[in-house]
Design a protein around this ligand. Structure first.
Ligand code: NDP
Length: 273
């Protein structure tokens, strides 16, 4: 049977085996999908061993995405832009292809929630790996403006300069942000510690859409905060997780699984519904 897995550390909490097993059942593909948690300095060896032993493809998550970028034989254009790899496929001619499906997953999820990206003013919080992966797919949707704000402002400036050729992207310090924005995407890891990015409450209004890439069984700190300040449309990153997985599954198997039912099952599994 074709073997796939996700590499991460820690990775025991990963929902990827659950999601891909449902995708395989739905599309009648024969495959198994597991977990691998190599020590941080043993990822390269573990990756080699997995493919030497007949593995067909893998996902890569924290903290290995940047390292995976350097270990594959070739890169998709979107992985090259993202500077990180979250999906690897062993092609028929034995080449390890590195791809990045995170940004496509984000955009697919935003669209499935009915969020309009074209001509909209987007505020992206954070300038880490997730922000980098999101920038090209977001700019491809032709927003009127995309502003990056980050705690370490120089990183936001660096990202804006790097992606400037793809669209109207600028960096602004948190305290200088001027609204109104149509959509705020939180790609910081602040919610992981129950913290908030230093965003002025005045930027939140009733018609704004709020997206937190983090997810959990209850509202993230950022979503709770945004609701308190009047945001009516709030979304967490669970849909992005399922959509980036669907994109990876399509890269591996050449068949696109449906996501709605799988997302429902995942929410049930997490106790959200
Ligand atoms: P990184 O570590 O690469 O970047 C973290 C970012 O968060 C940096 O910009 C950092 O700012 C900022 N940050 C951290 N703490 C705070 C704080 N207290 N206040 C303000 N800013 C803060 O992480 P990733 O980009 O890889 O991941 C970010 C988030 O996205 C994580 O929560 C991750 O779980 C989520 N994610 C979700 C996915 C999904 O499928 N739903 C996929 C990928 C990521 P600074 O530069 O100043 O340090």
């Amino acid at each position: 049977m074709d073997r796939y897995l996700v590499f991460g550390h820690p990775v025991r909490h990963s929902k990827s085996p659950f999601i891909h097993t449902l995708f395989a059942r739905q599309t009648q593909q024969e495959l198994e999908y597991g977990l691998a948690e190599p020590a941080v300095d043993e990822f390269a060896q573990a990756l080699r061993t997995f493919f030497d032993q007949g593995g067909k493809g893998c996902n890569v998550t924290v903290p290995f995405k940047e390292q995976a970028f350097t270990l594959v034989d070739c890169l998709s254009p979107r992985a090259k832009r993202a500077g990180a790899v979250n999906t690897i496929k062993l092609t028929d001619d034995g080449v390890l292809l590195g791809d990045n499906t995170d940004g496509a997953g984000l955009v697919a999820d935003l669209k499935s929630h009915g969020v309009t990206l074209a001509d909209s003013r987007i505020l992206l919080l954070g300038a880490g790996g997730a922000a980098r992966g999101a920038l090209a797919p977001l700019l491809a949707e032709l927003p009127s403006e995309l502003v990056i704000a980050n705690r370490t402002h120089t990183k936001a400036q660096q990202l804006a300069a790097e992606f400037h050729d793809l669209g109207p992207v600028t960096a602004q310090a948190y305290e200088q942000l001027a609204g109104p924005f149509d959509l705020v995407i939180n790609s910081t890891s602040a919610s992981l510690q129950g913290e908030l990015p230093p965003l002025a409450p005045a930027l939140i209004h009733t018609d704004i859409a709020i997206y937190d890439m983090m997810y959990g069984a209850s509202d993230t700190a950022f979503i709770s905060w945004a609701k308190q300040h009047g945001a009516r449309q709030t979304m967490d990153g669970l849909g992005m997780l399922v959509e980036q997985a669907a994109e990876a599954f399509t890269v591996w198997r050449g068949i696109r699984p449906g996501t709605k039912q799988v997302l429902r099952e995942l929410k049930r599994n997490l106790g959200v519904i």
